[in-house]
Design a protein around this ligand. Sequence first.
Ligand code: NOJ
Ligand code: CA
Length: 546
Amino acid sequence: MSLSKDANWWRQAAVYQIYPRSFKDSNGDGIGDLKGITSQVPYLKSLSLDAVWLSPFYPSALADGGYDVDDYRNVDPKLGTLEDFDEMLAALHEAGIRVFVDIVPNHSSNLHQWFIDALNSEPGSPERARYIFRDGKGKDGELPPSDWPSHFAPSAWTRITEKDGKPGQWYCHLFAPEQPDLNWDNPEVEADFIKTLRFWADRGVDGFRVDVAHAMKKDLSEPLRSQPTLGYENPRLDGKGVFFDRAELFDVYREWRKVFNEYDPPRVAVAEANVPIERMPLYASDKTLGQAFNFAFLDAKFDPSDYRDTVKKSLEIADKNHSSSTWVLSNHDKIRHATRYGLHPIVDEKKWLLADGKTHPLDREAGTRAALAATMFILALPGCTYMYQGEELGLHEVTDIPHDQIQDPAYAGNLYTEKGRDGCRVPLPWASTGSSYGFGSGGSHLPQPTWFAETNVEKQDGKEGSPLEIYRKALALRKKLQGEELLMWHETKNKEVLHFSRPGGWNCMINFRGYSHKFEAKEILHSSAPISDFTLPAGTTVWFKV
Ligand code: NOJ
Ligand code: CA
């Protein structure tokens, strides 16, 4: 199959996120790899995907699951080689599936050659100027240069030991200490990322997911401004914050856009920008990255007014910048949506996870059911849907990973106040038996739960009504039904039921927690759970024609 030259292929795409280390292991070392992905191209094809997005597979010591990159233009030897990458890309393209790779521009790893060089050089040297080094405050420079916090540590500053063995300068890291922030005021940094974009685009990569796209440009003028919290709760809207969402970012992205447009079809990008929805158009404009993740559904409750408001606002915003909206229910940073929806809405999910899921009951069945309904709802919306590996099996979060096996730096870095994100990163169950439930012939780098024996690809493949088959049918149908990016709401006279339609007569109706709801239809196309007599039970979505 050859890929079309359609420059707009991304606008309403179905994209599947692969977390490479946990997808499929081809050589039994317990770590998923690129050959593993290639071996599962038929599986990915069976999901009628338009694209996959690969989380980082670059050389990395895994201080942050690969978001600590040692070398942006290579493959981690644990995961394969550049030849394996080319082979995987060709197989995916052959199957009609495009590929996004992850670009991590805010920080490298501490094992990147540049950082090693910086440590081996003098304060004030060009090597140090690629990162954000500063002298400390206090009598002997023993205090951090500013009050900036980190996501994975109390302070964003770590002090180094200079070559003479004495305590020396400090460097900035908005994430783990192993993730030093690059200095984006340095033209060398900007040029190197252009090189990286071209490196992957020349190999045939179709798109880029841009990690923490809101953080690279910082106000580095002296004295450094005070910013004692990350400030997500109280964001600024004027583009003049200390380290997030600054106006200068868009100069960088305008340059990137020029590079994307050198290709045919133009390469595309999606920003991971944790900014207020009003600011998203700046990232998602056709002059900058083109698209931005809309994370509203990661936080929305399974609730009709939350859903309706989220959709309305998102579509309005996307419209303003000629982008299309994106929809995301799960990713590698968030408790899986089946689990979120299986908990009572008042439960604080992060605290619950920290207590290994023991403080409140999880209704697994209700959670999976609501998750499938939610997925079918967002798949019917105009725009692009990003799905996360394993959600097509209705997978729940793994809650019982022993605390001494947690890999996520958020756990220790935040002083054990959260358990972190490993519970959604456990290697996938492909089979009911075997040392790693078909993930590979060996073990698994994170412990898998025994309930994988019941919930896996082998059990669900070809079984009518299984989550996998519900996804497959929904995604195949969506491809056929997808038309103009328009949506019309319909009154249901039932506050628990939402109903909208798309051009061509594609109707979608969801019943959240209400009594069974009668509806009229000529033809039922698909539903997230069995329905009869044109009656929609709670926790169910139906697609139909009238
Ligand atoms: C966002 C990524 O999704 C997350 O996994 C990572 O920890 C941070 N960025 C830092 O790179
Ligand atoms: Ca492997």
